[in-house]
Ligand binder design. Structure first.
Ligand SMILES: [Ca+2]
Length: 453
């Protein structure tokens, strides 16, 4: 729980959906002094090959008195992701009890799509407003999904033995899967209307108390922006650990790089106060809401380092003969391990690749003095392996280091190359002319050193 000044608090929950590979869920509730609650939720499917998801959303149970549903979205009939054509976006209202379509057999019904806001109010006109910046799906009824599935699994399956709940079951959904059935044979749902498990699902909405006489349309428009700073980027990437609402971050800058550029993205009308980036130094972003009622502070502590590991940097291009180019691990995903007289030595940083391999780095714009590494055959290959390979370093296309043929028993070789003024660094692993079988190459501890500042 995070207090956001004295005007709001934020409560974060995280949990998992027990899919075969568990899927993390986070829900953040920001409660404002005016009674409004903003809900931000993200579901991250645990594996992209999980079955597609029937429904992503939140289910709330509301008091039975909130029997009048008014919504701005598709209506007046139910609509689904793949069944919208018979409905238009507009303002509709009706009793919660009437939102169920009494199909011959009790089943899921009453879904609304493209909903900008909806209110659930009592006879006096007081209740709850649900609103969102992005259209959501919504379903309000006196049946929970499990009520219907319980009935559907029984013989008979009649509405009359389907007891309605007193309370209102409200589902606020990112989406529900389409229904399919283009033909009368039960055609499957088209792919574009399925919720695949190959990406995260995020959605947000606000819950606001509404009293008789208040205009829900106007109230929905005023929904409070929970986050003043929506993104904070250093050199184009969101700062690691970025926390909506404010936070403190550590960021190490390679002293051979230009001063990093910081970009701040905010909600509408937010005023940002910030200084110049200094490395090392503390960089503070203070954001104030348009009405001046709230502020939010993000602080980046920039530190400086003279060493830049190549495995932490982006390459221009990278190829390998088998199993990719690996950052900080061997070709087989193990710790980078070189042999030699001193016995096996593991390196926490470096690049594991397989002949034939070429990795190109752009050095333009950097103020660097040296490229260094220790090269050799990774000890993960068996003692009798046929491994035989060569390491080569090119600067702007000109060879500046060549290892000659190396096998599993060859003493690892240190590389130290002066790179002052070079624009391009190329690391090549050749197969030494006997094919690339078992040619597991390590550029252990591969790093750039900044020129003395
Ligand atoms: Ca070879």
């Amino acid at each position: 729980m995070t207090p956001l000044l004295d005007k709001a608090i934020r409560v974060r929950f995280s949990g998992t959906v027990p899919t075969t590979t568990p899927s993390p869920v986070t829900m953040t509730y920001t409660v404002f002094g005016n009674g409004q609650v903003r809900v931000d939720s993200t579901l991250q499917p645990g594996a992209s090959n999980l079955p597609y998801i029937p429904e992503v959303g939140t289910m709330l149970t509301l008091p039975s008195q909130l029997e009048t549903l008014t919504w701005y979205g598709r209506g007046p009939e139910e609509s689904m992701l793949d069944r919208k054509t018979a409905t238009d976006v507009g303002l509709y209202s009706g009793a919660v009890a009437d939102q169920v379509t009494r199909y011959l057999r009790p089943q899921e019904s009453g879904n609304k799509t493209d909903v900008r806001w909806a209110s659930l109010t009592d006879d006096a006109g007081n209740g709850l407003l649900v609103s969102s910046d992005t259209p959501l799906e919504l379903n309000a009824s006196h049946y929970a999904p499990e009520d219907l599935s319980r009935i559907m699994s029984r013989n008979g399956q009649h509405w009359y033995d389907t007891p309605a709940r007193q309370e209102v079951v409200l589902r606020v959904n990112e989406h529900q899967m389409g229904v399919g059935g283009d033909d009368s044979w039960g055609a499957a749902v088209h792919d574009e209307y399925k919720l695949f498990a190959n990406h995260a699902y995020s959605y947000s909405y606000s819950l606001t108390p509404i009293t008789a006489g208040e205009d829900p349309m106007a109230l929905a428009r005023q929904s409070v922006a929970a986050d003043l700073v929506t993104d904070l980027r250093v050199d184009g990437e969101t700062v690691p650990g970025f926390t909506a609402g404010g936070g403190e971050y550590a960021y190490e800058v390679f002293s051979g790089s230009p001063t990093p550029a910081v970009e701040v993205e905010t909600a509408a009308g937010v005023v940002v106060d910030r200084g110049d980036v200094q490395v090392p130094g503390s960089y503070q972003v203070v954001a104030t809401s348009a009405d001046g009622s709230r502020t939010e502070t993000h602080t980046i502590a920039f530190t400086s380092t003279d060493t830049a590991y190549l495995s932490d940097r982006a390459w221009v291009s990278a190829t390998s003969g088998w199993n990719g180019v690996n950052r900080d691990v061997s070709v087989e995903g193990k710790p980078l391990t070189l042999g030699g007289a001193a016995g096996p030595t593991a390196y926490p940083k470096g690049i594991g690749t397989h002949a034939v391999s070429q990795i190109v780095y752009d050095l333009s714009g950097l103020d660097v003095s040296t490229f260094s590494a220790v090269v050799g055959v990774d000890q993960e290959v068996p003692a009798n392996a046929r491994s035989s390979l060569t390491f080569q370093v090119l600067l702007d296309g000109v060879e500046v280091f060549s290892s000659g043929p190396m096998d599993r028993g060859t003493e690892p070789k240190p590389v130290e190359v002066d790179v002052h003024g070079a624009q391009q660094l190329t690391l090549v692993v050749g197969d030494s002319g006997n094919g690339n079988q078992e040619d597991h190459a390590d550029w252990a501890d591969a790093r750039l050193t900044a020129a003395a500042g």
